[in-house]
Design a protein around this ligand. Sequence first.
Ligand code: MC0
Length: 150
Amino acid sequence: MITRIDHIGIACRDLDASIEFYKTTYGFEVVHSEVNEEQGVREAMLRINGTDDGGASYLQLLEPTREDSTIAKYLAKHGEGVHHIAFGTPDVVATTEEATRTGVRVLYPAPRRGTSNSSINFLHPKDCHGVLTELVQAADAATPSSANSH
Ligand code: MC0
C-alpha cells in the first residue's frame, strides 16, 4: 500500500550549490543531511510542506561520494536532474511483493537502509515507464515520512 509521496530525489554535482539554489529561490531549508556509504551518496533533505496534512514531503538532493555510485553513473549519462520519486508505505516488504506480482522488477531481494534508518527498495525504471521508483518505510512505522524524525 502506498500512502504518499515521501520525496523527490535529485542528482546534483555540487550538493552545497544545489542547497543554496533551493534556499535562495524557494526558501526551502535543510532539515537533515547524511552520508550513505552503501548507496554512495551525500544527501540533504529539504522540507517542502509541514506535517499538518499527515506527513511532510521533501526534496532529496544527492551528490555522489564515489565514481562507481549509481548517482555518479546517472550524472555522467543524463546530467543533473530528477533521479527518482519515492513513495511512502507503512510496509515496504508487502508493497514490493505487490509490485513483483504485477511483473515489476524489484532491485533488492530485501530492503536496505535509507535516510534516517528508513527501509527502502527500488523498482526498475524500465518497468515503471522510465521512472526509477523508491519505496520507503519510515524507521518509526507510525511516522508517515522517512524524514519526519529529524
Ligand atoms: C538508469 N536509468 C534510469 C535511471 N537510471 N531511468 C530513469 N531514472 C533513473 N534514475 C535507465 C538508463 O537510462 C538505462 O536505459 C537503463 O535504466 C539502465 O541503466 P544503466 O545506466 O545501465 O544503469 P544500471 O542498470 O547499472 O543501473 C540502473 C539502476 C541503478 C536503476 C538499476 O541506478 C540502481 O540500482 N538504482 C537504485 C539505487 C539508487 O539509485 N541509489 C541512489 C539513491 P537505456 O534505455 O539506456 O538502457 S539512494 C537513496 O535515494 C536513499 C539514500 C534514500 O532515499 O534513502
